[in-house]
Design a protein around this ligand. Structure first.
Ligand code: K1U
Ligand code: ZN
Length: 167
């Protein structure tokens, strides 16, 4: 297994639209394993392949505190949604930035597992938020793009300042 470098906003590669996975071969299984290791090491609750510069429809999520609930979603599609919730989101590609985003409360996702078999996942609360956040990544959308233009400008300035300070 390997830790993968995570792209940081505003890297233009974060705006790439991921392609569907065809065969779930050894490369995809290795990518999913490396993504899970990378997510746990970064103390995240989700990671999309886009964030590690792999533009295929693969997501890993684990919202449990004990890190015992790993879910791998390949070719995920939201097939039902209802309600609305506001949640303060973070993103491993936008370090140090947290803000409220409004998303659906309840969703049903259809995806394939690592064995290629289709399954459905019903989610609410933080799991629902995390699935929607990660599926945005697969579409090339970063959560800050749900915020106002003014907030986005301030976030870009803050990240540029952080990057200068880190040099
Ligand atoms: O996509 C990512 O960068 C992962 C992201 C997922 C996420 C967190 C919170 C709301 C929506 C989506 C993270 O895990 S960021 C890390 C973080 O802020 C966090 C970690 C554990 C619990 C709550 C937040
Ligand atoms: Zn993110």
């Amino acid at each position: 297994m390997a830790l993968l470098p995570i792209l940081c906003f505003p890297d233009p590669r974060l705006h790439t639209v991921a392609k569907p996975v065809g065969t779930i071969d050894a490369r995809i299984k290795q990518l999913a394993a490396d993504m899970a290791e990378t997510m746990y090491a970064a103390r995240g609750i989700g990671l999309a392949a886009t964030q590690v510069d792999q533009h295929v429809r693969v997501i890993v999520i684990d919202t449990t505190e004990e890190q015992t609930g790993l879910v791998t979603l390949i070719n995920p599609e939201i097939i039902a949604r209802d309600g609305e919730q506001v949640y303060e989101e973070g993103c491993l590609s936008v370090p140090g930035i947290y803000d409220n985003v409004t998303r659906a409360e309840n969703i049903t996702v259809r995806a394939q597992g690592l064995d290629g078999k289709p399954f459905e996942l019903k989610a609410d609360g933080v799991l629902s938020v995390c699935v929607q956040h990660e599926m945005d990544h697969l579409m090339g959308i970063v959560f800050v793009e749900h915020l106002s233009r003014l907030k986005q400008t301030r976030i870009q300035a803050k990240l540029a300042k952080q990057a200068r300070a880190a040099k």
